[in-house]
Design a binder for this molecule. Structure first.
Ligand SMILES: [Zn+2]
Length: 274
């Protein structure tokens, strides 16, 4: 019941013409947090179109190189350069600094994602973890409810390889064993570079880390449209070995219950404002 009341209130906010993108982002920042991941019924989410488009700066076009590491739990990418990518716009107030990218997957093509949108499962989910630039580091930011922003991409397996994953996949081939790492270029993020980033729809909510200590410090941004990846390319993630020299079968946290009064917003990105 609580849920309904809050959702109605949010829906009515979205049609108030005096709302600015900044005050809408402020509203989102005050929403109640939940544990993550969650299953989301997109159709039931209040829909907002007044937020600024998301801005990704210095990702695939970064002049610095990165490192791709097999942590024994996941494939983990960081930039070696001090010039870190920056994320702003959308539900975010201020700028968020890129810290790392990692992946979740499973043994089949439908249970490898953490977030579930309208009941659709996918083979994998990629997380780009950022921390709020007003804090000194990721470690410091975790203590604050506006500390982290994580962008999630759902990965859908298709037959043909996606050439924009080539550089990333080349890196994966070299880190099959736990603790192995390889230097890769920012081209490893080339697959992110699609129009959907600034014009595609996404859901956003206040949630938590999906790995210990599960702190509720994350503004989640999950794109609705999955990124396509070739079956063989995705297969390389599944070949990554854990510390026991056995391929990592599953590194997905199950979906968590929505607490009472918890809301998810469906954001329609509108390109230029007249
Ligand atoms: Zn994750």
């Amino acid at each position: 019941m609580d849920n309904k009341i809050i959702q109605l209130k949010l829906t009515s906010l979205s049609v108030t013409s005096s709302n600015t993108a900044a005050s809408d982002a402020e509203q989102i920042s005050k929403l109640r947090a939940s544990q993550s991941p969650i299953a989301i019924s997109v159709q039931r989410c209040p829909s907002w179109s007044s937020l600024d488009p998301l801005q990704f700066r210095g990702y695939w076009d970064n002049t610095g190189n990165g490192t791709l590491l097999n942590t024994g739990q996941t494939a983990y990418f960081t930039f070696d350069t001090a010039a870190r990518p920056r994320l702003s716009g959308g539900p975010l107030i201020g700028e968020y600094i890129f810290e790392q990218m990692h992946f979740h997957w499973s043994v089949d093509d439908f249970t490898g994602c953490e977030h579930v949108l309208d009941g659709h499962g996918y083979a994998a989910e990629c997380h780009l973890v950022h921390y709020n630039s007003k804090y000194e580091s990721l470690e410091a930011a975790v203590a604050h409810s506006d500390g982290l922003a994580v962008v999630g991409f759902l990965l859908e397996v298709v037959d043909a390889p996606n050439p924009s994953f080539d550089e990333f996949v080349e890196g994966l081939e070299k880190i099959k064993k736990s603790d192995q790492e390889v230097e890769v270029s920012s081209e490893s993020l080339a697959w992110m570079n699609r129009e959907d980033l600034s014009s595609g729809n996404y859901v956003t909510y206040k949630g938590s880390l999906t790995t210990p200590p599960y702190t509720e410090c994350v503004t989640w941004i999950i794109y609705e449209k999955p990124v396509q990846i070739g079956a063989e390319q995705l297969g390389l993630l599944r070949q990554l070995e854990g510390p026991d020299c056995i391929p990592i079968e599953r590194n997905v946290r199950p979906t968590q219950r929505h607490p009472p009064g918890h809301s998810v917003i469906y954001v329609r990105q509108v390109k230029a404002k007249l």
